[in-house]
Ligand binder design. Structure first.
Ligand SMILES: [Zn+2]
Length: 581
């Protein structure tokens, strides 16, 4: 009896963080694994002397014989635990797999995986659009501003809505109810759940952010298994979580310099966004690298056409061009959103006056990728819907929702020609946002609350008719949508668009807590709002609400009802027949 308790105590060793951990198996329980896809198999144990003290079986057989890759047993990993690794493992046979890990004298730990096959390939191409943080209210507001709303009826449909298949997608990760863009994108690109800030890995206990168990991304898969082409297009820094999710494996999404290396390793055929300083050797002024690697040179040596402006982009894909691979870096940071590029000219538009619109980027990407006979996977992100929502700047977020809509229209028109392309539009997570009425300057009273019309007094907004691209020619109107945020720091709400530049709702106070940015507090109806978030939060946060997915094309019929975000990967793999024997 005594020996069993001491063995149990031994088995439940305390990690450096003081959290008790027994055996942990990666991939985690209920993982759905594409037959033939690569993953790192890892089992963490409390420290043991040698491998003879542990056993790991899969469906009753020794794991090493089932996974057929070299096994590596570490008696001491990070000086904290023992670990068994089988890297780059694959399972070809579909079915249920029960994995059991035992330490001598302790209870076994079991997880169950499903390895899935795919039907015959239906789609030649897949285009995955990510409206980062795009919630239902973003869609509704974009439709009001872009299509108009009269007597309760819209003047038209958004391309992102007008699709035959729709599903609700749940986005929580392995560690919390509310995801961030990294682990939610990782679910889309690998089919595996992960934790906040992690990309293409399971979050284990490794100290080094690059040492966690990896899972193969769809970009790696289609290149390895089908010699397909890959495109990664965004208007954020290309190293940011969503684009990085196509190629990266790290526990920390902030590992920008490593992520550039991972882009180089996978070599997507088209790469476009901002974030050029992480491509430059540290000796180059403005570089953010800590080494002398010159990735701009490496990409060009690898045959990439390199462009830095819309003019250069247009030239690179002019009729008769021969570009097969393209790297476009159009800003040192995130690119500017549509409202600034088209109307307000704030942000960094003065420094980068010739940035392409997402439609320019998508047009160029389709031009290059569609020439590949084996087909392609293209990921396109409108990333500022999220970033502008974080700073409570809804007009900018909605202009970038309209921009996404235009890019989706372009892709749908492309797909309609041959009906060989699956087009998916989805958010990676929601924001706590809603439209509760309209702020009307002509209403009596002086306060923001006086100016707010709700129910029958929520008169239709008076944005001017949209231009040819679906954008109202001004947002500075007398009756504006009351687009509200459910989670926010201390701030002043001006109830008006931020025409001086992207909003900065809160600033750090002397005590390190975030307080209202006084710049917003002097306007006519500015109202001081006491935050409802922890005081270390400078911005609005993500929400755990489900998000809407719409789809069209071969394989789109799979999307209906409520699905887990990992299923988006599975349904793309099905459409492309990626588990071919
Ligand atoms: Zn976000």
């Amino acid at each position: 009896m005594i020996s069993r308790i001491s063995a149990l105590a031994a088995a439940l060793m305390l990690s450096a963080a003081g959290t008790a951990f027994g055996q942990t198996i990666y991939p985690l329980d209920r993982a759905e694994i594409l037959a033939g896809s690569q993953f790192d198999f890892k089992v963490e144990f409390p420290p043991v002397q040698d491998a003879s003290a542990v056993s790991v079986t899969i469906n009753g057989q020794d794991a090493k014989s089932v996974l057929t890759q070299p096994a590596d047993f570490l008696p001491s990993e990070d000086g904290e635990r023992s670990a068994l690794w089988i890297r780059g493992a694959t399972l070809a046979k579909p079915g249920k797999y029960v994995v059991e890990a035992t330490v001598r004298g302790a209870e076994p730990v079991r997880v169950t995986w499903e390895v899935f096959a795919t039907p015959a390939r239906k789609a030649k191409n897949v285009i995955l659009f990510i409206g980062d943080g795009m919630s239902v209210a973003h869609r509704t507001a974009a439709r009001i501003l872009s299509k108009g709303l009269k007597e309760g009826r819209y003047g038209g449909e958004l391309a992102i809505d007008d699709m035959p298949y729709m599903a609700l997608v749940s986005t929580s990760g392995t560690d919390s109810v509310v995801t961030d863009s990294a682990n939610s994108m990782s679910a889309y690109t690998t089919g595996h759940k992960s934790c906040v800030n992690a990309l293409g890995v399971y979050c284990a206990h490794n100290k080094n952010t690059l040492d966690h168990p990896k899972v193969e991304t769809i970009a790696e898969l289609v290149k390895r298994r089908s010699d397909m082409a890959v495109g990664v297009v965004t208007n954020t820094e290309i190293e940011d979580a969503t684009p990085a999710g196509m190629v990266s494996h790290t526990r920390r999404r902030a590992d920008y310099n490593d992520i550039v290396g991972m882009f180089y390793q996978v070599q997507p055929d088209v790469i476009m966004g901002g974030g050029s300083p992480n491509f430059l050797p540290k000796s180059t002024p403005g570089s953010k690298r800590t080494d002398d690697k010159d990735f701009l040179k490496q990409f060009q040596d690898a045959g990439y056409s390199f462009v830095t402006s819309n003019t250069e982009l247009k030239a690179a894909v002019q009729p008769g061009h021969t570009a097969k691979k393209l790297l476009g870096l159009f800003n040192t940071g995130n690119m500017d959103g549509a409202l600034d590029r088209r109307l307000l000219k704030k942000g960094s538009v003065d420094k980068f006056p010739d940035q392409p619109d997402l439609t320019d980027q998508v047009g160029a990407a389709l031009d290059i990728l569609s020439k590949r006979d084996k087909g392609f996977v293209l990921m396109v992100e409108s990333g500022h819907i999220d970033k502008y929502s974080h700073v409570l700047d809804w007009e900018r977020a909605i202009f970038d929702t309209i921009m996404l809509d235009n890019a989706v229209k372009l892709a749908k028109d492309f797909a309609a020609k041959k009906n060989d392309t699956l087009v998916i539009v989805v958010a990676d997570h929601a924001h706590p946002v809603s439209i509760v009425g309209t702020y009307d300057d002509d209403r009596k009273g002086d306060t923001a609350r006086d100016k707010l019309g709700v129910y029958d007094e929520a008169k239709f907004p008076n944005y001017p008719p949209a231009d040819a691209e679906g954008y109202p020619t001004s947002v500075e109107v007398s009756r504006r949508l009351a687009f509200v945020f459910g989670a926010f720091p201390d701030h002043c709400d001006t109830i008006r668009p931020h025409t001086e530049g992207p909003n900065v709702p809160a600033v750090k106070g002397d005590d390190g807590k975030y307080i209202a940015n006084e710049k917003n507090c002097s306007g006519p109806q500015a109202v001081r709002r006491t935050g409802n978030l922890p005081t270390n939060q400078p911005q609005d946060v993500h929400a755990a609400d489900d998000v809407v997915l719409t789809a069209i094309g071969p394989g789109a019929e799979q999307f209906h009802g409520r699905i887990d975000n990992t299923r988006v990967f599975r349904y793309m793999a099905n459409a492309l027949g990626l588990a071919k024997p």
